[in-house]
Design a protein around this ligand. Structure first.
Ligand code: CP
Ligand code: NVA
Length: 308
């Protein structure tokens, strides 16, 4: 069976732990694993902009012995109405895996339905699961484990990062609290799915509106832009209702003494996070950004082996 990674809970708790274990080993010895030797190619396709995802997949595929094909879909038929199912079938004849950043989850689902190689979600409107593998690796490095730790995500709780924190955090046995203004709450179906996962891992999930309640005693405080890609012209006020959710000294005063701060980047200093916090001693964001590389290498290795 072909294994895809379209959303965080496509990995079981044991599989997620195995991927993170492998990522930690790959970080220590970057060139020891060559599952793409040949080289076998991986297509990395972008309907939306990227810096970290683009470069970390490009470098990571090369480090695995493979050949990265990084393509902006605007220059392909993919971007002008070619059937996504046909594209998935055709690309499967050329490459060992397909990585896609796009808008609606229906788009990546259609590629995956017809692909005969693993398909990886490199961010959609609803999920950013590769980011979460990097975040969990960073939490492990800082705290030794994920299980039992409190993770608070504050800001736009209706966005892709919020949904991925709920699902991936629950899978990792964390106590996940997401908090956003009224009107920016996570999809209730995803909260329910995460709660079900948490019931089996010893974690928990809560969707809140009070940022102080969310952050109280938290070991990890995470945030993200208040305006995600594709929302620039949605007509909503994406500043005023979010101001109480800014990750700064005032909010962090309620967190655990040894709190770490995560942000997937790109950041807007002075909006969702202060410059003092992003550049200060509690920030783990640059380790987090580096860990995209190691986590995605481990993920690709896992999916290729599991699909063989
Ligand atoms: N965090 C993240 O996905 O960054 P990019 O949008 O630059 O890839
Ligand atoms: N929520 C943001 C994440 C960017 C990495 C977006 O979708 O634009």
């Amino acid at each position: 069976m072909i294994r895809h990674f379209l959303r965080d809970d496509d990995l079981t708790p044991a599989e997620q732990a195995a991927v993170l274990d492998l990522a930690a080993r790959m970080k220590v010895d970057r060139y020891a694993h060559q599952p793409l030797a040949g080289p076998r190619s991986v297509a990395v396709l972008f309907d939306k902009k990227s810096l970290r995802t683009r470069i970390s997949f490009d470098a990571g595929i090369a480090e695995l012995g493979g050949h990265p094909l990084v393509v902006d879909t605007q220059v392909t038929h993919f971007g002008r109405g070619e059937s996504l199912g046909d594209a998935g079938r055709v690309l499967s004849r050329y490459v060992a895996a397909i990585v896609l950043r796009t808008y609606g989850d229906d788009r990546i689902a259609e590629v995956a339905e017809h692909a005969t190689v693993p398909v990886v979600n490199a961010l959609t409107d609803t999920y950013h699961p590769c980011q979460l593998l990097a975040d969990l690796l960073t939490v492990r490095e800082r705290f030794g484990a994920t299980a039992g730790r409190i993770l608070a995500y504050v800001g736009d709780a209706a966005n892709n990062l919020a949904h991925s924190y709920l699902l991936a955090g629950a899978t990792a046995g964390m106590h996940v609290r997401v908090a956003g203004p009224v009107g920016f709450a996570p999809d209730p179906a995803i909260v329910a799915r995460a709660a079900k996962i948490a019931a089996g891992t010893g974690g928990s999930v809560e969707a809140l509106t009070d940022p102080v309640e969310a952050v109280r005693g938290a070991h990890v405080v995470a945030t993200d832009t208040w305006t995600s890609m594709g929302q620039e012209d949605d007509g909503l006020d994406r500043i005023t209702p979010f101001l109480p959710y800014q990750v700064g000294d005032a909010l962090l005063a309620h967190a655990a003494a040894d709190v770490i701060v995560l942000h997937c980047l790109p950041a807007h200093r002075g909006e969702e996070i202060t410059g003092e916090v992003l550049d200060g001693p509690r920030s783990a964001v640059f380790d987090q950004a580096e860990n995209r590389l190691h986590a995605q290498k481990a993920l690709l290795t896992f999916l290729l082996e599991a699909s063989a």
